[in-house]
Design a protein around this ligand. Structure first.
Ligand SMILES: [Zn+2]
Length: 176
């Protein structure tokens, strides 16, 4: 039994945190070369959506998807990823992300949120993860990123929808 998963489930936190893990782990799983030409967009309903900057790379990644799914699930410690969708996308050049402003409210929020977690070590891990994610979002937003009006993910680009939601939209227009 995976005790992290067990505790997450018990405190009903599983969805919130598992939801972020495959996104965060993708660059590590893919390695630096893959990380340079791809961008994890979002993770919903077991489907990780990854934008890829060339058709050839998309094809290659598609052939290796089962391997990546297995590695992600192993890293998360639970079978949360069932599919990876590689969609065409422009990968912006790495930007200089300003150091996130220190927000003293974040650790306080986290402490409140995880007050019921009895294991102090686990509580610290959750707090760190929460603060890291929120600071990253704040830094991206400060650097000109936007929040997708549909799924809430923070992204760089034009329009109100993230590339993942734009892709969904274009598919539904095509089929209907
Ligand atoms: Zn979206």
């Amino acid at each position: 039994m995976n005790w992290v998963t067990e505790v997450l489930r018990r405190y009903n936190l599983g969805e919130k945190f598992s939801a972020q893990q495959p996104l965060l782990l993708w660059p590590e799983i893919g390695g630096p070369q893959i990380a340079r030409i791809t961008k994890p967009i979002r993770f919903t309903d077991g489907i990780l959506t990854v934008a890829v900057n060339s058709a050839a790379a998309r094809q290659e990644l598609f052939l290796l998807r089962e391997q990546y799914i297995a590695r992600l699930n192993q890293a998360v410690g639970a079978a949360v990823v069932r599919e990876i969708r590689f969609i065409p996308g422009r990968i912006p050049l790495p930007r200089r992300i300003p150091h996130p402003p220190h927000d003293p409210q974040l650790p306080a929020d986290a402490a409140h949120m995880f007050a019921g977690v009895p294991d102090p070590q686990l509580q610290r891990s959750f707090t760190r993860l929460y603060v890291t994610l929120r600071q990253r979002e704040a830094a991206l937003l400060a650097a000109g990123a936007k929040r997708c009006v549909r799924c809430g993910v923070v992204f760089f680009g034009d329009g109100d929808l993230c590339p993942g939601c734009r892709f969904d939209h274009s598919q539904s227009v095509e089929s209907g």
